[in-house]
Design a protein around this ligand. Sequence first.
Ligand SMILES: NC(=O)c1ccc[n+]([C@@H]2O[C@H](COP(=O)([O-])OP(=O)(O)OC[C@H]3O[C@@H](n4cnc5c(N)ncnc54)[C@H](O)[C@@H]3O)[C@@H](O)[C@H]2O)c1
Length: 762
Amino acid sequence: MDLVGPALDLLARLDDTALDALDRDAAAALADELRPVVRGLSRAYYTDGESLVGDTQYDRLYHALRAVEAAHPDLVTPDSPTHRVGGAPLDAFRKVEHPVPLLSLGNAFDVDDLRAWVDRVLKGLEGVLAEGERPTFVAELKIDGLALALTYRDGVLERAATRGNGRVGEDVTPNVRTVRAIPLRLAAGAPASVEVRGEAYMARSTFEALNERLVVAGEKTLANPRNGAVGSLRQLDPTVTASRGLAFYSYGIGPVEGDGVPERQSAVLDWLQSLGIPTGPERKTFDDVNALAAFCEEWAHHRDTLDYEIDGVVVKVDRLDYQEVLGFRATEPRWAIAFKFPAREATTRLLDIEHNVGRTGVIKPLAILEPVEVGGVTVSKATLHNADYITSRDIRVGDDVVVKRAGDVIPAVVGPVGAEPDRDRAVYEPPTVCPVCGKPVARPVGEVDIRHTEGGCPAQLKRAVEHFVARNAMDIDGIGSKGAALLVDVELIEDLPDLYELDRDDLLALEGFKEKKADKVLAGLETSKSRPLARLLFGLGIRHVGETVARELVAHHASLDELAAASGEDLEAIDGIGPIVAESVVEWFEDEANQATVARLRELGVNTLRQPGERVAVAADDSAPLAGKTVVLTGTFPTLTRPQAKALVEEAGGKVTGSVSKKTDLVVYGESAGSKLAKAEELGVARVDEDGLRAILDGAPIPGDEPPTDEIEPVENPVAADADVLAESTSAGAVGSAATGGFDMEVVRRDAEAGQGDLFGS
Ligand SMILES: NC(=O)c1ccc[n+]([C@@H]2O[C@H](COP(=O)([O-])OP(=O)(O)OC[C@H]3O[C@@H](n4cnc5c(N)ncnc54)[C@H](O)[C@@H]3O)[C@@H](O)[C@H]2O)c1
């Protein structure tokens, strides 16, 4: 039965449905529609580890059913999925009855839900709490894997079972014995018998490596680490489980025989740890609700810093006797709640595959999607990476696909949802000509991308201009992607140096250009002529020459001419420059058209020399711009992804940490920067936005670190042009300007360049 179609259809309709206002007949009809869909999605999720829709999408359907049932209790059926936990155990495994059921958790989707839960806890403990007593809560990360119950008798692992439907699970002992993280024997001091509960999961790095192996072997890849964990544990052959490198962490205990069990959840975890069982490292106790809420929100933003997937924070009442007082409702304890993060995957329809031309002539496939909300952002376009990616996942136009948007990473299509091997939709055919200019394109041997075999594509030129004027390159204000496209379309620009021959009349003739803007562009062009050489080199858009490589090349070559004269061997002698980069640079300078470009730029007054004092130090030595500095990143940056920003800081000798304290030297903020920026202000820590960071990388001092003015020698200050950028960007309230509305296009565009610059990990 197709579940995804009806699920997406229901989701679209739920938008307009006020659930509590439905009359009984409408409610009954809706419940009849929702029930099989929720049941089917839940079966796929628990039994096969397969998410046919995103968690948020599932939660909306589930909660709609719950709301309908709450409004009309007579509609509740005994088999309603709202009254069940997990999925039925598979017949392939021996069934295990859990002596004490493994339950589900209630959800809090925001801080208000969390506070409401805390209020319910306080109410439930009325008469138990002493006068003025605040209960302590322990917050633990909610790792996304699958629940296991491990029974140790006399300290020896006797049995391992999955949660199953909560009451009956599957015996997976032979498989679990192969998981190194799970001890076969507990340390001294173990009680006569204890049931250890926890989550088996697959680390992100293990998952990525496994998928790479599966691609090489021509096998189906796994959708996500959770899918990897479920699939690996429920193998009939334990040697397969053994090869999968699963991990485990415990979050609690079931029945115990014997003494020594502590009286608090936090102490139970310490105790388990002392017995040799791994427990979650990031847990913390709180008696202040604001601090608890801040912890939950903090992790929602930091989940990408971990090597495992978390989908929330579980908050529990710390004292076990209080837990007992609070007890359970239906399928969940009253003493715990899961603060859920927005899901990062959603299912939607792939409407079309378009192709984007990048500045180096790469043609990237781009998914056009039925708009869908993923983690609070509407995504209508997503990257499909390259032809191999599409083919290996057999993604076809018309499929229902999973879209992933993780942290700062570009939205990507993960693959088609469900197994539909017989579908008759057309198989993807990579283009043989450029979709913009019609010139031939081909895939060079040994490369994954399709690219232009000859230059002269207007789309490529637009991207080249856009890249050249970008703030991390020549930083020419007022042009941007729209301006670049206009200038190419009206044929004012056929090559980069043409930019410097634009006059006021040319610009005024362009749509949207008034005098003020034209003058700004002309002033920006003039200023850009004296940019540091590394920026020009990066701006030229040579394949594989990202910002870092450009700085390294300039560190060893004092001018573009010197660089042009360098052989591949000379270049490879530079630390960090490999044969691919060296060959790309040599090839670029050998090309006559490029030589003409360089010559013209020089004639037009653009600096092609390394400037005295130009900050080119790449190795994180003491002279690196951020050597020894502790930097905190917060918010969304206009052009950099979080990993890119981190890489830049680290290359400049800085260390990136997660929270702001007096020891922090610099906070780099973007849009929607929250409490960290406020804290930095409070502590008087230096703050800059992305432009400010770039200025520092170019050699400007960290605000507050400036030497007294009389110590600055003009010659030693090569980035005078950036000083105003820095001043502007550090003024109060100047926050990055990337609008969320433009998000999907903007990030996709960045991806089109991915793999061509060092920052993107090529
Ligand atoms: N995408 C889909 O199609 C689909 C289908 C079904 C369920 N789901 C998702 O699953 C959720 C419900 O599933 P559930 O009942 O398995 O999980 P839950 O969200 O109710 O949480 C309970 C589980 O959390 C895990 N857990 C991780 N860390 C923990 C900790 N520190 N303390 C206690 N438990 C911890 C345990 O495995 C436990 O069994 C839904 O909210 C939904 O998002 C998705």
